[in-house]
Design a binder for this molecule. Structure first.
Ligand code: PMP
Ligand code: GLU
Length: 400
């Protein structure tokens, strides 16, 4: 038996990736499943980006690059942050990694000591607490509630901060609820942080362009410019440009933190893939003309799912303002017997039983708020309509 490190023992495989792999495995075996697990756009990467990647490969983007990203991509990111987020940053304040996930991981690796605390707001993206745990830190959860629009209560946040808090993780629009932090709340969070000068903020803005309202997303460091020197603004090309497989994420923050993260990259990945960096540069410098059509499609799917599931007995559906998920409360289903006779003791049991019924989702416990499940709406409208039919049929077969 290989002795695996205790560090690895502190974390679980990403639940969303586990659910996605499981569903895809069953589909490959011929099972009829509406797969609503994957948090990845079902659209193809825009052609002009693929073209730029192909041309870059032929032109020699096939070699090592500086560990923290090429000068050309960093410049494109500097301009993106100014153009889209009103953030003024220098190239030495920018880092490129193999996905926003690696950027978040490296930021925590570069800063956390065992026993430090990382404040996460539930429902949270599955990886924040586990990455903190991997580094020996303690995730401290600030709860938010559907009844309050999953708004962050500044007083609750204040009570969660201690002298050991290193990071506050923010994510707007949010995975899994799709809620957006409004500007006033961002200002109030800034107010709390002014009393806690050693707390840094990691603001994950990867869904910034996928919004169903006209309200601007608001970037934390732009809303609270006096705090900018302790904010790491994280983003990436995966969601906006449907480039999940290219594995490019990036961030802007204090130059000493960015240098430490680049040092770490020099010892783990070496650098993000050269050709992917060129593809990301093409993406960030060629406009967003393709996007309104995609957002219209996400909106139509969201409207369908919210409307259909609102009439399914026992479910409470939260209407997202952005991202591409619908988070569904299922407390009234807990304790019922499912169509197979299995008792739905928690949301993992609900998700397993739903899978048997042809709908793949992710259990709410992975996001810190139960009982619930997350449906990805990054699937065709026909698949979503079929999934809603199956959910309604499922509800009709539950026994008290
Ligand atoms: N943050 C959030 C909130 C996400 O949903 C994802 C998608 N998995 C990521 C970060 C990481 O994305 P990537 O590593 O593909 O850039
Ligand atoms: N972020 C996506 C999701 O939440 C991809 C899976 C993952 O990285 O965990 O489904």
């Amino acid at each position: 038996m290989t002795k695996i490190s205790t560090r690895l023992g502190r974390i679980a495989p990403s639940p969303s990736i586990a659910a996605m792999s499981h569903a895809r495995g069953l589909i490959a075996k011929g099972r009829d499943i509406c797969d609503l697990t994957a948090g990845e756009p079902d659209f193809d990467t825009p052609k002009h980006i693929l073209q730029a990647a192909a041309e870059a490969m032929s032109a020699g983007a096939t070699r090592y690059t500086p560990p923290g990203g090429t000068a050309a991509l960093k410049q494109a990111i500097v301009e993106k942050f100014f153009r889209e987020n009103r953030l003024k940053v220098r190239p030495d304040e920018v880092i490129v990694g193999a996905g926003a996930k690696q950027v978040i991981f490296n930021a925590m690796a570069a800063t956390l000591e065992p026993g430090d605390e990382v404040v996460v707001v539930a429902p949270y993206w599955v990886s924040y607490p586990d990455i903190a745990l991997y580094h020996g830190a303690k995730p401290v959860v600030v709860e938010t509630f559907a009844s309050d629009g999953y708004r962050i209560d500044p007083d609750r946040l204040r009570r969660a901060l201690t002298p050991r808090t290193r990071w506050l993780m923010l994510n707007s629009p949010n995975n899994p609820t799709g809620t957006m932090i409004d500007i006033e709340t961002m200002q109030q969070i800034g107010g709390v942080l002014r009393d806690h000068p050693s707390v840094m903020v990691m603001t994950d803005e990867i869904y910034e362009h996928i919004r169903f309202t006209d309200r601007a997303a608001g970037s934390f460091a732009a809303v609270n410019p006096d705090l900018a020197d302790r904010v790491l603004t994280v983003n990436g090309v995966s969601k906006t440009y449907a480039m999940t497989g290219f594995r490019i994420g990036y961030a802007a923050g204090p130059s000493d933190l960015v240098a430490a993260m680049a040092k770490l990259q020099s010892q783990n990945s070496g650098n993000p893939a050269a050709v992917s960096q060129e593809a990301a540069r093409a993406a960030l410098t060629s406009g967003l003309d393709f996007l309104p059509q995609w957002v219209d499609a996400y909106r139509a799917r969201k409207n369908l799912v919210v409307q259909r599931l609102s009439s399914v007995p026992g479910l409470s559906v939260f209407e997202p303002q952005g991202a591409f998920y619908v988070y569904v409360g299922c407390s009234e289903w807990i304790g019922c017997a499912g169509p197979s006779g299995r008792v739905l003791s928690d949301d993992s049991a609900v998700v397993m039983e739903l899978l048997d019924h042809g709908v793949a989702s992710v259990q709410g416990s992975a996001y810190g708020v139960s009982p619930a499940f997350r449906l990805s709406i990054a699937s065709g409208i026909d698949v979503l309509a079929a999934a809603c039919d199956r959910l309604a049929d499922f509800a009709g077969r539950l026994k008290q």
